[in-house]
Design a protein around this ligand. Structure first.
Ligand code: HEM
Length: 263
C-alpha cells in the first residue's frame, strides 16, 4: 500500500495505473512551461537530454564496465563541483565573520564530498584485466587533471587564510581557541569543520590509493607517467596542519601538569 499526502491509501498497482493515466492524458496543468529540450519540465529543468548523452553509447564502450567507470567519474566531478560551490560561499561568509553560516555550508560541502569516496569502491569491482581494456582509451587522461579535485585543492588554503584572519582578529592562537572553545564556540566550530573537510580529502586520497593498488598495482606508473607511490606521498599533504598539531600541543601540555588537567 502507498499512502498519499492526503492520507488515502492505494495499492502499488493502483498508483502505477494512475501515473500511466496521467502521462497519457496530460492536460494544461501538467504540460511543460519551461524553455528547452525534453517532453517534461523535469527533463527541461535538469537538461537530462544533454546530461544522459555525456556517456559513450553502448556500442562504443571498450568494455561493458566502461559505463560504470564513466558514470562514477562524471558523478564525482559533479559532486565535487557542488562542494566547491558551497565552500566558495562558506569563504564569503567566513570573511564576514558569519561563523554559523560558514559551518553550515562547510558541512554541506562535506556531505557532497562523501559520496565520491563511496563511488571509488564501486570501481573496485572492475577486474584488472578488464580495466586495461578501458585504460587503453584514456590517452593521457589522469585524475591529476580532475577539475573538481583541483578546485578543492585551490579553495582549501583560501578558506584556511580566512580562518586564520578571524583567529588573529580575535587575538587568539589556535591552541588558545581550543583551550577556550566554549567562549569562542562559533570560531571553534569553524575550525572543527575545516578539519572535517581536510579529513575528507585525506579519506578520498586513501581510498583512491587503495583502488589504484587493487586495479593497476602499487609499483607501476599511471597514465600521466606518475608512479602510484606518489599518490601515497600526496596523502601527507594536509590542508590545515596547524589544526592537527594543536592536538599534539594539548596532549603534551596535559602531560606536564601533575593532575593531568590543563592549566
Ligand atoms: C580504476 C579506477 C582508477 C584508477 C586505476 C586510478 C589511478 C590513478 C593514478 C595512477 C593516479 C596518479 C596520476 C596518474 O594518472 O599518473 C591517479 C590520480 C588521481 N585520480 Fe585516479 N584512478 C581511478 C579512479 C579515479 C576516480 C573515480 C576519481 C574521481 C574523480 C579519481 C581521481 C583522481 C585524482 C583526484 C587524482 C590526483 C590525486 C592527488 O592529487 O592526490 N581517480 N589516479
Amino acid at each position: 500500500m502507498v499512502a498519499t499526502s492526503s492520507g488515502r491509501r492505494f495499492t502499488v498497482r493502483q498508483r502505477i495505473d494512475f501515473l500511466v493515466f496521467r502521462m497519457a492524458h496530460r492536460d494544461e496543468s501538467t504540460k511543460p512551461i519551461l524553455e528547452g529540450k525534453g517532453a517534461t519540465d523535469y527533463e527541461r529543468y535538469l537538461r537530462t537530454d544533454e546530461l544522459l548523452a555525456l556517456q559513450k553509447p553502448a556500442e562504443e564502450l571498450l568494455h561493458k564496465d566502461e559505463m560504470t567507470f564513466l558514470v562514477v567519474h562524471q558523478s564525482s566531478e559533479l559532486l565535487m563541483k557542488g562542494a566547491e560551490f558551497e565552500l566558495g560561499r562558506a569563504l564569503e561568509v567566513l570573511e564576514r565573520a558569519d561563523y554559523g553560516n560558514a559551518t553550515r555550508l562547510i558541512r554541506r560541502a562535506i556531505s557532497l564530498l562523501e559520496p565520491p569516496i563511496g563511488l571509488l569502491h564501486i570501481l573496485e569491482t572492475i577486474s584488472p584485466y578488464d580495466y586495461h581494456l578501458i585504460r587503453a582509451g584514456l590517452g593521457h587522461g589522469s585524475g591529476l587533471d580532475s577539475p573538481g579535485f583541483l578546485s578543492l585543492l585551490h579553495l582549501g588554503p583560501r578558506l584556511g587564510k580566512a580562518f586564520y584572519e578571524q583567529l588573529e582578529r580575535a587575538g587568539l592562537t589556535a591552541e588558545e581557541l581550543y583551550r577556550r572553545h566554549e567562549e569562542f564556540f562559533g570560531l571553534h566550530d569553524v575550525a572543527e569543520r575545516l578539519l572535517d573537510f581536510d579529513e575528507c580529502m585525506q579519506l578520498f586520497r586513501f581510498h583512491h590509493l587503495k583502488l589504484a593498488e587493487r586495479i593497476i598495482g602499487g609499483r607501476v606508473v599511471g597514465t600521466m607517467g606518475t608512479p602510484v607511490e606518489v599518490l601515497e606521498q600526496r596523502m601527507e599533504s594536509w590542508l590545515y596542519k596547524d589544526l592537527w598539531d594543536v592536538r599534539n600541543q594539548i596532549t603534551a601540555a596535559i602531560g606536564q601538569t601533575p593532575a593531568g588537567k590543563p592549566y
